[in-house]
Design a protein around this ligand. Structure first.
Ligand code: MTE
Ligand code: LUZ
Ligand code: MOS
Length: 750
């Protein structure tokens, strides 16, 4: 079963925001953004720009009819700067012109008088100044302070992790069109149509029923459009409200890189205590999250760092504290893993540190401490764990010791190349950690010709969620997939949606679709009973376009059944609602059962470092991954491959550089390197974990979007091991491991 979009993708026929035909009279927007990272905004000079060719109007904060505010969790983010600027790239004014080029040309003619203030880019400095987005968050299990007294070995250290540019192929953008009676239709490249609707309503003062948001698909989101699509939609909506003309803004790549937030960089302290058998007895971690200039999604990202601070390990005594620190960078945001990878990197660093000092393999410590059934996570949920089985099944398939031996033998005979190997177990919780967000709806129509249309709250962004939902509907009705069509994600058809995020879109929207299809199917089978001379629905199924009775095909086909039902005035549509059962979390106690289930997996990562040049290649990533029962192995394997490559990129070559003035120096594809076809692992081998457990996933097909990214963390420690095989040293743990850093570690004195 191929992705239903593959045909139109390869032909270039799939529709993205920039493919929507322009309505006559469309104006094009371009933002003038702050050239200063912190300061008092004294004045904005727009008169030169106003005289520029094609300019229709220029908008600043004072023009807004609604509230100048787009902060979803904390109201700390004006749409347009008013009196102050807090990061380079902060929108100050919007030019509306007859063409895109005219808008961009005019925006360059705007100037602003700004009295600069000191710029903070370091989260620890912000924390020392008391500049936090929200009060610190803490998880406590057992008594770490007391437990350290009983430990045979204690190690303390510090790690640095950089951010990551989302680099979705399609940049951010929106297109607003006036509808009658002052309403708006907004096309947006967003993961969260409802979030866009709320932001648009806030800045325009319109009610939600006056604003329709429509999304066909995204050319990638990766978390970057969970919240940060809002600003561009709000800008277009304000433009349309003030001019009653359609307004479009599709950002250029450099505008997008400069003005939008990224994965959060973290600076962290850890303290790990082990007994003489290498059991981890106590763990303390303190996380300093670089939130940027506004809250955006930083608080829940920070929380997920805590949720994943012990990764796949059971540690009886844990104290983990996290600070969300306000700095003068663009507000950082969701990115595949949502803070989880940052938490996992720190525990993996602590284990690597302990292994180095104890002269054992990190894998020995990892293996001994994997969480087991019945063990408790620091947030109170009891594990149904496949950490050990995924390790064992991976080992049975790939033979971890043999791969290590192969590297050791290579290293013994090579002069300037070294191989390194690292294990990377992953345990990722599935559900939004904010329990109320775990709900979804689906609208299913069966038309009288037998074709089926499905709308849900899920946004297709390349991850194949529409394919999975089509499979659900086709499966329930016993139809070929061509009979089912997924329609745009639209706030008129599906209201109050959660964003497509947390890897939960297929589960939540798939389950809602399942409920809708079940209801229609039950009604259709009732219509079928007299026609096939059956007394009860027992033994009646819909298969291959026909009604079957006790496994035998009857003469009643799908189209006839549907038409008959319609003539009998039976409802052929259903709008269904699904809410994940059994989940909760209470921040007063910091305990609960936040996740429907966890996804487990174990990867082994092998690299080769060129010790003359500092360059490296990833030879392989071999993993045993917990799919549950995959609904679509080609989609799911694609998610794993993409996740792994994105994770490796974050850990190795992708380097975001802001200078001391808060200016983004890595602001284009020429200065920000991402993995290309030559730098992906030469071998990615995936074996499915064989489990028979029941879970809350749709058809037991577990969420797959985010967890594989964290296998990429193994590449960092594999490179570190290769360096240590060249030279006895203890490289600082400071990601990403760019070739420059590798070279420094190969030859510097430390
Ligand atoms: N895959 C593609 N091709 N493009 C994307 O933007 N986003 C990832 C992941 N895989 C993404 C992707 C992220 S951050 C999430 S949360 C999930 O897909 C969301 O989709 P799902 O809930 O359907 O898994
Ligand atoms: N988004 C969110 C997420 O709002 N809450 C979450 O828990 C989450 N987790 C992963 C990715 N996005
Ligand atoms: Mo993904 S970070 O939940 O959009």
């Amino acid at each position: 079963m191929k992705n239903i979009d593959s045909h139109s993708h390869v032909r270039g026929e799939s529709v993205y925001l920039d493919d929507i035909p322009h309505v006559a009279g469309t104006l094009f927007a371009c933002v003038f953004d702050s050239p200063v990272a912190n300061g008092k905004l004294v004045s904005v000079a727009t008169s030169e720009a106003e005289k520029s060719e094609g300019v229709y109007r220029i908008i600043t904060a004072k023009d807004l009819i609604g509230e100048n505010q787009i902060g979803g969790i904390v109201p700390d983010e004006p749409l347009l700067a008013d009196g102050e600027v807090h990061f380079q790239g902060m929108p100050i004014a919007v030019v509306l012109a007859e063409t895109e080029e005219q808008a961009r040309k005019a925006a360059k003619k705007i100037t602003a008088e700004i009295d600069p203030l000191p710029v903070v880019t370091d989260p620890r400095v912000a924390a020392a100044n008391g500049d936090l987005i929200v009060p610190p968050k803490r998880f406590v299990m057992g008594d770490a302070a007391a437990a350290f007294d009983t430990c045979d070995h204690i190690f303390e250290g510090r790690t640095e992790q950089n951010g990551q540019e989302h680099l979705y192929i399609e940049t951010q953008g929106a297109y607003a069109i006036p509808t009658e009676n002052g309403g708006l239709r907004v096309y947006s490249s967003t993961q969260g149509p409802t979030a866009v609707q709320r932001a648009v309503c806030r800045v325009t003062g319109l009610a939600m029923h006056q604003v329709e948001v429509d999304v066909q698909r995204l050319g990638g989101g990766f978390g970057g459009k969970e919240d940060q699509a809002n600003a561009w939609a709000a800008i277009c909506a304000v433009g349309t409200q003030l001019t009653r003309r359609p307004v479009k803004y599709a950002l250029h790549r450099m505008e997008d890189m400069r003005m939008t937030g990224k994965r959060h960089p973290y600076s962290s302290d850890y303290k790990i205590g082990l007994d003489k058998d290498l059991k981890i007895v106590a763990y303390e971690a303190t996380f300093y999250q670089n939130a940027g200039a506004a809250a955006d999604l930083s608080p829940p990202v920070l929380e997920r760092t805590l949720f994943h601070c012990t990764n796949s390990y059971f540690i009886p005594n844990v104290t983990a504290t996290a600070y969300s620190c306000r700095t003068n960078l663009p507000p950082n945001t969701a990115f595949r893993g949502f803070g989880g990878p940052q938490g996992m990197f720190v525990i993996e660093s602590a284990i690597a540190h302990a292994a180095e000092k104890l002269r054992v393999s990190a894998s020995e410590i990892q293996r001994k401490n994997l969480i087991d059934d019945g063990d408790e996570f620091p947030y109170g949920q009891i594990a149904e764990s496949d950490a050990i089985t995924s390790w064992e099944q991976g080992d049975a398939k790939f033979d971890f010791k043999a791969l290590q031996r192969e590297a050791d033998e290579f290293n013994a005979s090579s002069k300037y190349f070294r191989k390194g190997v690292a294990m990377m177990p992953v345990c990722f919780g599935i559900s939004f950690t904010k329990t109320p967000m775990n709900q979804a709806r689906s609208l299913v129509h069966v038309y009288t010709d037998g074709s089926v249309a499905v709308s849900t709250g899920a946004v297709e962004m390349g991850q194949g969620v529409n394919t999975k939902i089509a499979q659900v509907a086709a499966g329930f009705f016993g139809l070929p997939i061509e009979k089912v069509r997924l329609h745009t994600t639209n706030t008129l058809r599906i209201a109050n949606t959660s964003p497509t995020a947390a890897s939960a879109a297929a589960d939540l929207n798939g389950k809602a679709t399942q409920l809708a299809c079940e209801a229609i199917r039950a009604r259709l089978i009732d219509v079928a009973l007299p026609l096939i001379e059956a007394g009860t629905p027992e033994g009646v199924t819909l298969t291959d376009g026909f009604v079957y009775l006790n496994g035998e095909r009857t003469s009643l086909d799908w189209s006839t059944l549907v038409m008959t039902a319609h003539l009998e005035r039976v409802n052929l549509s259903e709008h269904a609602h699904y809410a994940t059962p059994g989940i909760n979390f209470d921040w007063d106690t910091a305990k609960g059962h936040p996740f429907a289930y966890h996804v487990y997996g174990t990867a082994i990562v092998g690299v080769t470092v060129d010790c003359l040049r500092g360059r490296y290649e990833v030879d392989y990533v071999k993993c045993c991954h917990d799919f549950g029962t995959s609904m679509n192995t080609s989609v799911d394997n694609g998610q794993i491959e993409g996740g792994i490559v994105q994770g490796i990129g974050w850990m190795t070559i992708e380097e975001i550089v802001y200078d001391a003035e808060g200016k983004l120096r890595s602001n284009a594809l020429s200065t920000y390197k991402v993995p290309d076809i030559y730098s992906v692992p030469k071998d990615i081998a995936i074996v499915p974990l064989e489990t028979k457990r029941e879970n809350l996933a749709v058809f037991n097909s577990k969420a797959v979007g985010e967890p594989p990214l964290m296998y990429g963390i193994g590449a960092y420690f594999a490179i570190r091991n290769a360096i240590k095989a060249f030279r006895d040293c203890a490289p600082e743990i400071d990601a990403p491991f760019t070739p420059e850093k590798v070279l420094m570690n190969l030859y510097s004195s430390r």
